[in-house]
Write a protein that binds this ligand. Structure first.
Ligand code: C2E
Ligand code: SIN
Ligand code: SIN
Ligand code: FE
Length: 405
């Protein structure tokens, strides 16, 4: 039987089914396990987690007199907290389906704006910052209506439009991340502009290198690594690009452990916006098909980034990023306990582990089944058992499952 208990009642010998609350505040990536180590118990007590679900069928129950709370009590408290919160947990004011329609049009106009901006720069002229800011404004507004619509769509791009759509995608990710980090709306705009312009130096790299289908030679990569400095020079031609935005352009390939380029900066030596740029840049890069590599699905990407995270990314920024897009972002392919495969179509603001999933395939009978939406937050039988790769199953176009909701 599953029971939700407060952390003070947790004892060695209990079987932990799930850690409640803010997933990223705890150091355990895999939540389900039998608690046998004093050290693990200590870490959990110190983690800031208030409650856990235990399975009393697989481990010890709470002692008599302990304060296990009923679901109803917990639900009431949650509802109370949500009502009292200054900032609603979910910032969506529009349904995903409605905002997807807006965001599709916005992606088209945004791409054209970026093409224009980059060709202006290619001719050696200063880019028009006003035009870029208008675009940032539209993207920021779309993200206010629904934080996931534009960033999910901007992930879907053709190889030949990668450089342009990557700018749009990183702009959207930076805006959502800045809001997650409680930055002011002015800083949110600055983060968005930085995302839009961070890779503008790529226009100075020859197409032979930029669009090379295979791995770069050392010499080619050395040329590639000049794009941040070239970008800086391009942006310096405009008077109105702020130092913070110039800094993201120059330092989005720095890594926390000092192994990045061009300056090998470390830790706090890298500005907060540049640390946000690094995470947003890598996420959109590895979830996109590029001339040299096929993209991963979002949940696979989050997992890889978590593996690389030490050394490459700022912990706090990476955690905020995962809270922004989800552990299983929209578009992720997941396997449920029933053996059904589905695609994540919406986050649950209360739990990153219980999104809404549209199931469409049975791994038991190995056939497609009629698509059905399963809201993991609203039932007990189904849980996510793991991520799947679309390639392994030979699925090609999973997007329509979350685009046509
Ligand atoms: P990009 O394709 O936009 O990738 C941006 C950053 O995402 C990369 O910066 C890297 O930090 C991360 N990233 C992308 N793919 C992977 C991956 O498979 N594994 C890991 N661990 N990280 C990945 P980086 O490496 O400094 O590269 C900068 C740019 O250089 C890339 O931008 C791309 O335009 C180019 N590039 C890098 N490697 C290759 C390559 O093998 N072939 C080609 N044609 N271009 C490459
Ligand atoms: C993870 O990224 O490994 C944590 C979530 C899970 O796999 O259940
Ligand atoms: C579907 O059609 O439901 C997705 C499967 C695929 O992309 O082949
Ligand atoms: Fe770059």
């Amino acid at each position: 039987m599953l029971k939700r208990i407060t952390i003070q009642d947790l004892r060695l010998g209990m079987y932990i089914q799930e850690l409640c609350g803010s997933w990223m505040e705890h150091p355990f990536w895999r939540a389900r396990f039998l608690l046998t180590q004093q050290n693990d118990l200590k870490t959990l007590l110190a983690s800031g987690i208030q409650e856990v679900w235990i399975d009393t069928g697989k481990g010890l129950d709470v002692e008599q007199g302990a304060t296990a709370r009923t679901d109803e009590e917990v639900d009431q408290e949650t509802e109370y907290l949500l009502r009292e919160a200054d900032k609603p947990l979910s910032t969506a004011t529009t349904s995903m389906a409605d905002e997807v329609r807006h965001a599709m049009q916005l992606c088209n106009t945004a791409k054209q704006s970026v093409v224009d901006m980059f060709s202006t720069a290619r001719m050696g002229k200063a880019i028009e910052v006003g035009q870029a800011l208008n675009l940032v404004e539209d993207i920021a507004n779309s993200a206010s209506r629904h934080p996931h619509a534009l960033i999910s769509l901007a992930r879907l791009k053709n190889v030949d439009e990668y450089t342009y759509m990557h700018s749009v995608a990183v702009c959207g990710l930076m805006i959502a991340l800045a809001r997650q980090l409680n930055m002011s709306e002015e800083q949110v705009r600055e983060a968005g502009l930085a995302g839009l312009l961070h890779d503008i130096g790529k226009i100075a790299i020859s197409n032979q290198i930029l669009n090379k289908p295979g791995k770069l030679t050392d010499t080619e990569f050395a040329v590639m690594k000049t794009h941040p400095e070239r970008g800086l020079r391009i942006l310096q031609k405009s008077d109105s690009v702020s130092p913070a935005v110039l800094d993201v352009c120059l330092h989005h390939h720095e890594k926390i452990d000092g192994t990045g380029y061009p300056h090998g900066l470390q830790g706090d030596g890298i500005s907060i916006l540049a640390r946000m740029g690094a995470v947003s840049d890598v996420y959109d890069a590895i979830t996109s098909d590029r001339p040299y590599k096929k993209g991963w699905l979002p949940a696979e990407a989050i997992r890889k980034m978590a593996e690389w995270s030490k050394g490459h990314f700022d912990d706090t920024v990476f955690q905020a990023f995962v809270k922004t897009v989800g552990i299983y972002p929209i578009g992720s392919l997941v396997r449920l306990t029933s053996g059904r495969l589905g695609v994540v179509i919406e986050q649950n603001p209360d739990s990153l582990l219980m999104p809404r999933v549209k199931v469409f395939f049975s791994t038991k009978s190995r056939v497609q089944i009629a698509p059905e939406v399963v809201d993991l937050a609203r039932q007990q039988e189904e849980k996510i058992e793991g991520r799947e790769s679309a390639d392994t199953w030979g699925f090609r176009h999973l997007e329509h499952l979350w685009i046509d909701q």
